[in-house]
Ligand binder design. Structure first.
Ligand SMILES: [Zn+2]
Ligand SMILES: [Zn+2]
Length: 346
């Protein structure tokens, strides 16, 4: 029988954990967004978000060569402490958007784009960007990995992502759902499963974690795709730790654009998407307790292998990992991160 080799939720104490609602990919007038940074911050605050990263294209910071400054929030008259939010410093590296010269990468917790950085000259040099982000202590995730133009550049092949993940330790995430509120939402889940399968074959110990983000550029694109980080305290350090360990759930809610969909349940504002209350990994099964959940599917090596709250580890079709998709009201879904599986040596 298979056993769980890596459980990303192993350190979560479900009795004491608090849930941190985060969107880590959003745009403002500092690049091609329609809302100012203050308006974007206020829109996420109104929907009960605990954490937000403004990730304008190839810019942030007061010292940015472009003069566009999304960091710190105080430059826009907003105090994260007063709002009860965590401000995450971020950017989206995009190269030349017309030629789609590099796949887009959202990146956090770093200061790349200082005046002394030769960034403008090297913004299409992905290897340099990734190496520099490694050195600067960043954490990053691939944004909308199956979007058309960029897919042509890197071929959309799983091994492209696996190779870079092997070389750059700060790569952590893969946006499975992007911009559900936008005109062309992007679902990269099929490629994500191919990446996970190949990573297992290559012996990668910690996979790229599933991410979801609004990639919002306008008021009606806010509130659809977000993370629920399971942390003991709402702090930037705890959020970062959760991003690295994979101790979070991913939500896609096609109705999330409606403000009234984000309801206060006494422990934060949550949309009607399924809420995981407990996740238990045993010797013979993985079991999920959830609210607002109609159906739980288990996906292994790209195939649905089981439906139900408990997955037995001797189920037919189980491969090298398994992840759960919880289906809820009006198309809303909540994803767990992948659990890595192994067969004990004889
Ligand atoms: Zn992008
Ligand atoms: Zn974006």
């Amino acid at each position: 029988m298979r056993h769980v080799e890596l459980d990303p939720y192993a350190e979560v104490n479900w009795a004491t954990a608090t849930r941190c609602k985060a969107n880590l990919h959003a745009h403002t007038t500092c690049s091609d967004g329609a809302l100012s940074p203050a308006e974007v911050i206020d829109a996420y605050a109104a929907r009960g978000y605990d954490a937000l990263a403004i990730t304008d294209h190839d810019t942030y910071g007061n010292d940015s060569g472009t003069g566009a400054a999304t960091w710190p929030w105080s430059a826009h008259g907003r105090d994260p402490d007063e709002l009860g939010m965590l401000a995450v410093r971020g950017t989206e590296f995009t190269g030349d958007p017309v030629s789609a010269s590099i796949p887009h990468l959202t990146s956090w917790f770093h200061d790349l784009w200082r005046p002394e950085d030769p960034f403008t000259a090297r913004n299409e040099d992905l290897d340099w960007i990734l190496t520099t982000l490694d050195e600067r202590g960043a954490a990053s995730a691939w944004a909308h990995p199956t979007r058309g133009g960029e897919l042509r550049v890197h071929g959309g092949a799983a091994d492209w992502f696996v190779e870079r993940h092997l070389r750059h330790a700060h790569l952590r995430g893969f946006e499975v759902y992007s911009g559900t509120g936008r005109r062309s939402p992007i679902d990269s889940s099929a490629l994500y499963d191919r990446v996970l399968t190949l990573q297992r074959r290559r012996g990668v110990g910690v996979p790229l974690w599933a991410n979801a983000a609004d990639d919002s550029h306008a008021a009606d694109e806010i509130g659809f795709d977000y993370h629920v980080h399971l942390v003991e305290e709402r702090s930037t350090a705890a959020l970062r730790d959760s991003l690295e360990r994979g101790s979070y759930l991913v939500v896609q809610d096609p109705e999330g654009g409606r403000l009234e969909r984000h309801l206060d349940d006494g422990d934060g504002f949550w949309t009607a998407a399924p809420a995981v209350t407990r996740l238990e990994v045993g010797r013979s099964a993985i079991r999920i307790d959830a609210e607002r959940c109609a159906r739980i599917e288990w996906i292994s090596d790209g195939e649905v292998v089981h439906t139900g709250a408990a997955l037995h580890l001797d189920a037919a079709g189980l491969g090298s990992y398994v992840r759960a998709v919880l289906h809820g009201d009006r198309g809303a879904r909540t994803l767990t991160q992948p659990f890595l599986l192994a067969v004990p040596a004889p």
